[in-house]
Design a protein around this ligand. Structure first.
Ligand code: CAA
Length: 288
């Protein structure tokens, strides 16, 4: 599969939520024909609108030519049928973080794509090895873990699962670079590198809110101005979403059994109350 890396022209993205639409945007900006899959057309079209909006903002700010923007948006093909991903040399799965969902998708994708195609997952807290275990050729699977918001965060973790083939891993690493990211090499350990550090750290921040009685705004100002964080921990949790964070936290706790990995009760209560952050208009802060 070694020659693959240079011959990627069509990238598939499965799941066009916050992460998937960001990844599709990167693929379009990098010049790839891009096929975006969603469960229904309304969600797929909403993703295209988001991508078009962010690329239009780039034009307005003089960062992108109008013609380049139009070409990029024009290269996005939307579908609700996985069979339309048949021509993709790489498919990046960014669907719901549920092992059964990903197993089903990986089985169907393997039956659809070509023999040499790479199947990548953007999972943040599940095991890539476990996701790939349902494949007839698990060596074609690799992790490509982007950070939220994908178009803005420079990192992508390239995750080598137990059975990832070397040339697949290197092709994914190179693709990360072509998507404008700084790739790093990771192994398939819980939380890979960044979430292994960031999840317990954000959990500590939420516990500190309760321990100290500090307000979210003051804690955020503290970490921004005292530790140089680009945004405070509460604002970051609102961006990521309490649902996503609690789920990832639970997955890490299950594997590592470290108390700091367990989601803080305050965040679990926010999740139960539907205060997920920006996506529901209320989290630590309110959004209009
Ligand atoms: N997609 C695409 N483009 C976007 C975007 C998005 N989601 N959000 C914003 N933009 C564009 C906008 O067009 C915006 O410009 P306008 O407001 O003029 O339209 C432009 O990017 C710049 O946006 P901001 O002014 O908001 O950018 P900023 O300089 O304030 O930086 C930030 C924003 C990059 C998010 C910065 O605050 C930051 O680095 N925060 C930390 C984020 C972080 O830690 N992410 C990791 C989360 S953990 C994770 O992702 C792991 C996981 O598995 C869950």
């Amino acid at each position: 599969m070694a020659a693959m890396a240079l011959s990627i022209s069509t990238v598939g993205v499965v799941g066009l939520g916050a992460m998937g639409s960001g990844i599709a945007q990167l693929a379009l900006e990098a010049g790839f024909d891009t096929v975006g899959h969603e469960v229904d057309l309304a969600r797929a079209e909403a993703a295209r609108d988001r991508i078009a909006h962010f690329l239009t903002r780039k034009v307005e700010k003089g960062q992108l030519d109008q013609a380049v923007r139009d070409d990029a948006v024009g290269r996005l093909r939307l579908t609700t049928d996985l069979a339309d991903l048949a021509g993709c040399e790489v498919v990046i799965e960014a669907a719901f973080e549920d092992l059964a969902v990903k197993h089903q998708l990986f089985r169907e994708l393997e039956a659809t794509v070509g023999a040499e195609a790479i199947l990548a997952t953007n999972t943040s807290a599940l095991s890539v090895t476990e996701i790939a275990s349902v494949l007839e050729r698990p060596e074609r699977a690799v992790g490509m873990h982007f950070f939220n918001p994908a178009p803005l965060m420079p990192l992508v973790e390239i995750v080598r699962a137990e059975r990832t083939a070397e040339d697949v891993f290197e092709a994914a690493f190179e693709l990360g670079g072509r998507l404008g990211k700084t790739p790093i090499r990771c192994t398939d350990t819980p939380g890979f590198v960044v979430n292994r550090v960031l999840i317990p750290l954000l959990n500590d921040c939420v516990r500190i809110l309760d321990e100290t009685g500090v307000t979210p705004a003051d804690l955020d100002a503290g970490m921004q101005h005292g530790a140089g964080w680009p945004m405070g921990p509460c604002a970051l949790l609102d961006l990521v979403g309490a649902d996503v964070h609690v789920h990832a936290s639970e997955a890490l706790y299950e594997k590592l059994r470290e108390p700091r990995m367990a989601p803080p009760p305050r965040l679990v209560r926010m999740l139960q109350a539907g205060k997920l952050g920006r996506k529901t208009g209320e989290g630590f802060y309110t959004y209009t």
